[in-house]
Design a protein around this ligand. Structure first.
Ligand code: SF4
Length: 123
């Protein structure tokens, strides 16, 4: 394990380069401009996770894809599993922004939320 590592904090646009010294416990952090940096860096090096934005199939709307986002972070190693589950998911219009499309996907404690309102169209 590399005992000195740099993590770029992505919590805010400042993007601090945080140096993490893992040669002792507790780890030492430097380069962060606020307290959120070390918390982020520790999580990134032990249990990295990200918000996921993608689209799913929708029927009966003006466009064929509905943009969605996770309600909170998904562990990085489960991202592909979530993408595969969403590839099989289809909803029917109308959908309102904020609607829960999938509740507690793959038992991760994370919901999939619509980020766009799409009305039903009649042919
Ligand atoms: S350490 Fe604080 S100031 Fe620096 S990028 Fe992270 S959140 Fe922003």
């Amino acid at each position: 394990m590399n005992e000195l590592q740099e993590v770029i904090c992505i919590i805010c646009p400042k993007g601090c380069h945080i140096e993490v010294d893992r040669r002792q416990e507790p780890w030492e952090f430097s380069g962060n401009s606020c307290k959120r940096g070390p918390i982020y860096a520790q999580k990134e090096l032990t249990a990295p996770s990200r918000m996921l934005t993608t689209t799913i199939a929708i029927k009966g709307a003006i466009v064929p894809r509905l943009p969605v986002v996770t309600s909170s972070d998904v562990p990085k190693e489960r991202m592909m599993d979530v993408m595969k589950a969403l590839a099989k998911t289809q909803v029917d219009a109308p959908i309102k922004v904020g609607d829960v499309i999938v509740s507690n996907i793959l038992d991760l404690g994370v919901d999939i939320l619509a980020t766009r309102t799409l009305e039903r169209i009649s042919h």
